[in-house]
Design a protein around this ligand. Structure first.
Ligand code: ATP
Ligand code: MG
Length: 134
């Protein structure tokens, strides 16, 4: 697998989330994803970015344009050094929230992408990687 292009963006504010959404849309178009797939990964990015800001105390996202043979994709890695998630299985359950949300951000994001990977350690932070292939 080849990384054609890579960029790191800050995810610290509501304005950053808008910029991330725009970048993910543009990179999806450049990778040749169809409109439905574009919207899926933009929606996942939006949810993960919101978690990074709301719970992670801010962080970063790395965008990577991927190519594997004839297949193109987009990989996003959200990372923060916040409090971490004590129980990942619980956090991934539909409707589980420690805030005022619907508790659908993580579980919904997982359903919107082809690959979903999450690492978190209490007191260290959280990293979520998602990939959508064409
Ligand atoms: N980056 C993070 N750092 C620490 N905790 C997190 C992080 N992301 C998610 N969580 C925890 O996982 C829970 C579930 O996240 P999820 O995005 O599914 O729901 P929500 O953000 O609470 O609500 P919604 O996304 O539907 O508005 C959160 O309530 C929070 O406790
Ligand atoms: Mg959320």
């Amino acid at each position: 697998m080849t990384v054609l292009r890579s960029e790191v963006m800050a995810v610290r504010s509501a304005q950053d989330i808008v910029l991330v959404r725009q970048a993910v849309r543009a990179w999806s178009v450049a990778q040749g994803l169809g409109l439905v797939d574009q919207t899926k990964i933009v929606t996942a990015a939006s949810e993960l970015a919101r978690n990074t800001v709301d719970y992670g105390g801010g962080g970063t996202v790395r965008l990577e344009a991927l190519q594997e043979g004839a297949r193109k994709g987009l990989r996003l890695t959200f990372e923060d050094q916040g409090p971490g998630i004590p129980d990942l299985a619980l956090a991934l359950t539909d409707g589980y929230t420690t805030g005022t949300g619907m508790g659908l951000g993580l579980s919904g994001s997982k359903r919107l992408v082809n690959e979903f990977d999450i690492w978190s350690e209490t007191g260290k932070g959280t990293r979520v990687t998602v990939t959508r292939w064409k």
